[in-house]
Design a protein around this ligand. Structure first.
Ligand code: NCD
Ligand code: ZN
Length: 367
């Protein structure tokens, strides 16, 4: 699809540092290329948040048990669609894009069935890397027959890029993954489209920047806004704990530079990952930040802080669709510079869900 010429009314966002900051930004309706919505009752809380902002979202398959067949993905998509608010006055719609969870023995035949059912990608979790990843891959070479089928069928591989060996320092797990896992995988399956998900380090940003056209990365809003101090300032703050964990400021700066560089290899993936508040505020708290309630607001803040609001639309609305080979969305959203206070919490089944930035003002608001 050929890029549309820029709409002059949108160029107000294109501001040099020191000039008057824009008071509004209008973007082609964006997509979220990495999202957790869980299942059951809680879909009615979290799906409307995403559907209010995004045209589509890549739905992560790490349920308990995980989504490993085309039939399960189709059924799960139906439950998600049922939680999308009905469009008012012929308004916007939302479409979940489904994925399967790659295991050591996901049969290559399932790839064809998945493709026929509209599944767009498979997710590789190294076993034990993160929330609900026990069924993950123990050795990526065990999955090569399945990955070859994906390469043939044009399904993408979405990678949680962290090694899990206990002797590797938690903060080095992504960088070690690149050297020991990703580089060999890239060499062995040269035309498999790979998304390095939720990158958090300078090393990952450089690797993706310099990689070929079959490699891209998603970046979360929280990794653009925060460094690891956020987890420890004034006491342990569990709502800032996610995996891959927040890193040093030098890494945050490298991510901001990557997403504002104009490179089409980087695109939006919130990794919004809801957990009941009592399981995050716990002696062994769950990993995951909930950002779906104000995702575009947080990305706008990060790009605005970098004087790069003019780069937000490609990152949020073009690069991901282009990499996945899907059409860009029709319609637009508008963000205005207006302080507002997100809620302290949302109902989450019987529990509470505490969003990132709960009770802390945000400078941008979705109109
Ligand atoms: C995710 C979750 O809770 O499902 N947690 C997280 O910290 N990001 C899993 C994941 O994407 O790693
Ligand atoms: Zn995730």
């Amino acid at each position: 699809m050929t890029p549309k010429p820029p709409n002059p009314s949108r160029l107000e966002a294109n501001q040099a540092p020191g000039s008057t900051p824009p008071s509004a930004v209008t973007l082609t309706r964006p997509d979220d290329w990495h999202l957790h919505v869980r299942d059951g009752d809680v879909l009615n809380t979290v799906v409307p948040h995403t559907a209010a902002q995004f045209g589509r979202a890549i739905i992560m398959p790490n349920l308990k048990p995980p989504i490993t067949t085309a039939a399960q993905a189709v059924a799960y998509a139906g439950r998600i669609r049922a939680a999308v608010p009905k469009p008012v006055h012929g308004g916007v719609t939302f479409e979940p894009l489904m994925t399967l969870y790659l295991t050591d023995n996901l049969p290559p035949d399932e790839v064809k069935r998945a493709k026929d059912a509209g599944v767009v990608a498979l997710k590789l979790y190294p076993a034990g890397a993160t929330t609900n990843s026990d069924a993950g891959v123990t050795d990526v070479r065990k999955t090569y027959k399945t990955l070859e089928a994906m390469q043939r069928e044009g399904l993408l591989l979405l990678v949680h890029g962290e090694v899990t060996a206990p002797e590797v320092d938690l903060f080095d797990r992504e960088a070690v993954f690149i050297d020991t896992q990703l580089i060999p995988l890239r060499r062995d399956l040269p035309e498999l489209k790979i998304v390095f998900e939720h990158i958090t380090t300078r090393q990952a940003a450089q690797y993706v920047r310099d990689a070929d056209r079959f490699t891209a990365a998603t970046v979360t809003a929280h990794h653009l806004l925060y460094n690891r101090n956020a987890i420890f300032t004034g006491g342990v703050r569990p709502h800032y704990y996610c995996l891959p964990v927040l890193k040093r400021e030098t890494h945050r700066l490298a991510l901001v530079k990557a997403v504002t560089s104009g490179s089409a290899k980087f695109f939006l993936g919130t990794d919004s990952a809801p957990h009941p508040a009592h399981l995050k505020e716990h002696a062994s708290g769950c990993a995951g930040c909930y950002t779906a309630h104000a995702a575009m607001e947080m990305y706008a803040e990060a790009f605005d802080n970098a004087h790069a609001l003019d780069k937000l639309e490609a990152f949020a609305s073009f690069n991901g669709a282009d990499f996945y080979g899907l059409p860009r969305n029709a319609g637009t959203i508008t963000l205005t510079r207006e302080r507002w206070m997100p809620p302290e919490s949302f109902a989450f089944g019987e529990a509470q869900l505490k969003p990132l930035r709960s009770g802390e003002a945000l400078p941008w608001r979705l109109a």
